[in-house]
Ligand binder design. Sequence first.
Ligand SMILES: [Zn+2]
Length: 251
Amino acid sequence: MIIDTHCHIYYNECKNAEQILQKCKENNIIVILNGIDKESNKQVIELSKKYDNVYAAIGYDHSVVDKIGKEELLLLENQIKENNVVAIGEIGLDYHWIKNNKEKQKELFIAQLNLAEKYNLPVIVHSRDAVQDVYDILKKKKLKGSIHCYSGSKEMAKEFVKLGFYIGIDGPITFKNNKNQREIVKEINKDYLLVETDSPYLSPEPFRGEENTSLNLKYIIEQIAKELNLSYEETRKFTTNNALRLFDLNI
Ligand SMILES: [Zn+2]
C-alpha cells in the first residue's frame, strides 16, 4: 500500500478521474483527494463514498477567495460534520500571481484553520511565495497537517516540523534542477516526510509535462529512497506510516 496524500483526481480537473481511481484501487494505492472550491469539494465527497481507497479533504484555496463568504464557510462546516472528511485542504496562501489580496487570502485561510481546530482535523496547506506569512499564522494555532509541495528553504522546513507539520514531496524532487527538495528530505526528520503527486499536475521524471496520476507515486518514493540510502520498501513503509498517523486512517 502507498498513500498519495495530495491530488485532484476528480471531474473538474481530470476527465477520466474514475478510471484512474479504479486503477489506483487495483494497485493498492490510497488517495486523499483535495477540493479547492464548492464544486470540487462536492465531487471529492462523492468519490470518497464511491471508492474505498479514496479519502476526502475539502476546503477553499486562494484562487476562489473572492467567491467565499459566510454562506460558503457554513456549507464547508456542514460538509465536515456530515461526511467522513480526513483533512481540511487544499487551503493556504499564494502570492506568486496575485499580490493585491493578501489580507483577504489570510482571512479565508484563518477561517478554515479555525474550523480545523474546532473539528480536530489536520490541514493540507498550499504555500507559494508566502512561506513567512503561512508560518506566522500556523505558529499561532495548535494544529497539525502538511505543507504540500514544499518549495521553501531547508531551515524553514525544519521550523514547520517543529510546529508539528509534515513536508509533502512531489514530482519536482525528480527534476534535475531541483536540488532543494532533494536536500530537504535528507535534512529533516524522516518521520515528517509525506509523498504526494498533486496530480493531474507535476508529473515526475520520466513523465514530466504529461498528465500525472497517483500511479506515478512510486517514482517519488524511489527518489527519496535514493537520497536517504534506503530501499524502496523501507521508504514506502515509513512514508505510508507517516500518512496513516497524520490523517488518522484505519486501513
Ligand atoms: Zn494541489
